[in-house]
Design a protein around this ligand. Structure first.
Ligand SMILES: [Zn+2]
Length: 64
């Protein structure tokens, strides 16, 4: 079962992710350069990098 998939998102997109810890779904900004935490359990969903966010949660959907 694939839980965490490393995806690099370079364009400004909103993505729907699922928290790997509590399975809560959340919509985050794909280019977020700040740390995004799960609203429910506080698990980090992104790891901020220089110009792009590394998504640590499962990506369910990408909004254009
Ligand atoms: Zn969570």
């Amino acid at each position: 079962m694939k839980i965490t998939k490393k995806i690099r998102i370079t364009k400004s997109k909103f993505i729907k992710v699922r928290c790997p810890k509590c399975n809560a779904e959340q919509i985050i900004f794909g280019k977020a350069t700040t740390r995004v935490r799960c609203l429910k359990c506080g698990q980090s969903l992104t790891r901020p990098a220089a110009s792009k966010a590394k998504i640590k949660a499962k990506v369910l959907e990408v909004f254009k």
